[in-house]
Design a protein around this ligand. Structure first.
Ligand SMILES: [Zn+2]
Length: 315
C-alpha cells in the first residue's frame, strides 16, 4: 500500500518579508508604514504562514535598478540629493533608512517573482510601487518594483512574456509608461476612473470603474477581462498588484468593496491563473484605512486566499 503524502511535509507557498520593510516616519505622516511588520505578525499569529515559509531578500537591487531607472535618479534618491520638488512629489520624507527600505522592497519583489516561477505562487508583504517612473517618483512610489522584476526576468531569459494585473484602486501609470513600447510585458489596470493620478498613461488595457462600484459589479467586470487576457497574452508569469484601496473604508479609494469582496477578488484572480498553470507573483499594493489593524487584516486576505489556492491545486 502506498504511503499517503502528507501536505504538511511539503513546503508551503513562499511569503517574502524583511525587517527593513519598516522605516521610521514622522508619527503624523499619513502613510501607514507599520502595516508591513503587523501584516507579517498577523499571518504568523493566525497560522496562515509558518516561520519556514518566510523568505528574506538579501540581495541589493542596485545592479538591477538601472534596468528601469536612470542613473541620475537612482544616485540622487539614494544619496538624498533629489531636489525638493521631486522629493515632495514622492510624498515621503527622505531618510537613509527609507532609502534602504525602498531598495529592500524592490529586492523583495524580485525574490517574489523568482520564487513564484519556482513554486507557482509567491506573495510579498510589501510592493506595488506602480506610480514610479524611470526618472522620478510619485504617490509614495520611488522605484517601480514590478518593472525592475519584469526586466530582470526578461533579460536573464527566464521568461518571454509577462502579464501585469494591477487591481490597486489607482491607475498603474508608471508601469504603463515604462512598458509602453515593450510588447513582452502586457499591462492591465482596473482602477477608479476619477482617482489619482489625474493624468493617466495608457496601459495595454485600462478598465476605469465608476466611483462607488460594489463587490458583485467589480467581480463581474474582472471576470469579463481576466480569462480572455490570459488566453490572449499566454504569459510565463502573472504579476498581481492586490492593492486593498478599492475597499469601502479606504481613505483614498472611492470604490466600495467589502472584506468579503476583496477575498473573493483574490480567490478569483489566483484560482483563474493557477488552475491554468500560470505562476503568480503577488504584491500587496496600496491601502489607507482609518484603523490600522483592519487595514492589515484586509491585506492579509491575499495571503489567506493564496494559502487556500496553493493547497487546492497542490502546487
Ligand atoms: Zn493605490
Amino acid at each position: 500500500m502506498a504511503t499517503p503524502v502528507r501536505f504538511s511535509s511539503r513546503p508551503d507557498f513562499p511569503v517574502i518579508y524583511h525587517r527593513e520593510y519598516v522605516a521610521p516616519l514622522p508619527s503624523s505622516h499619513r502613510f501607514p508604514m507599520d502595516k508591513f511588520r503587523l501584516l507579517r505578525n498577523l499571518l504568523v499569529k493566525d497560522q496562515v504562514v509558518n516561520e519556514d515559509q518566510l523568505h528574506s531578500p538579501d540581495q541589493s537591487p542596485h545592479e538591477l535598478l538601472p534596468l528601469v531607472h536612470t542613473a541620475e535618479y537612482i544616485d540622487a534618491y539614494c544619496n538624498g540629493t533629489l531636489d525638493p520638488k521631486a522629493q515632495r512629489r514622492i510624498g515621503l520624507p527622505w531618510t537613509p533608512e527609507l532609502a534602504q527600505r525602498t531598495c529592500r522592497a524592490v529586492s523583495g519583489t524580485v525574490l517574489t517573482a523568482e520564487l513564484a516561477l519556482e513554486r507557482g505562487l509567491a506573495c510579498n508583504t510589501a510592493g506595488g510601487t506602480h506610480h514610479a517612473y524611470p526618472d522620478f517618483g510619485s504617490g509614495f512610489c520611488i522605484f517601480n518594483d514590478f518593472a525592475v522584476a519584469a526586466r530582470h526576468l526578461l533579460t536573464t531569459g527566464r521568461v518571454q512574456q509577462i502579464l501585469i494585473v494591477d487591481l490597486d484602486v489607482h491607475q498603474g501609470d508608471g508601469t504603463a509608461f515604462i512598458f509602453r513600447d515593450q510588447p513582452e510585458v502586457f499591462t492591465f489596470s482596473m482602477h477608479c476612473g476619477i482617482n489619482f493620478p489625474l493624468r493617466k498613461k495608457d496601459s495595454d488595457l485600462d478598465v476605469p470603474l465608476d466611483e462607488g462600484t460594489e463587490d458583485d459589479e467589480y467581480l463581474r467586470i474582472l471576470g469579463e477581462h481576466l480569462p480572455g487576457l490570459l488566453e490572449q497574452v499566454k504569459p510565463d508569469i502573472v504579476f498581481y498588484n492586490a492593492g486593498v484601496d478599492p475597499h469601502v473604508g479606504d481613505r483614498l479609494g472611492k470604490l466600495a468593496l467589502t472584506d468579503t469582496g476583496i477575498f473573493r477578488r483574490e480567490m478569483q484572480v489566483l484560482s483563474t491563473c493557477v488552475s491554468q498553470g500560470y505562476p503568480v507573483a503577488c504584491v500587496i499594493g496600496g491601502g489607507y484605512g482609518e484603523d490600522l489593524m483592519e487595514l492589515v487584516h484586509r491585506h492579509s486576505l491575499l495571503h489567506r486566499a493564496a494559502s487556500d489556492v496553493f493547497r487546492q491545486y497542490q502546487l
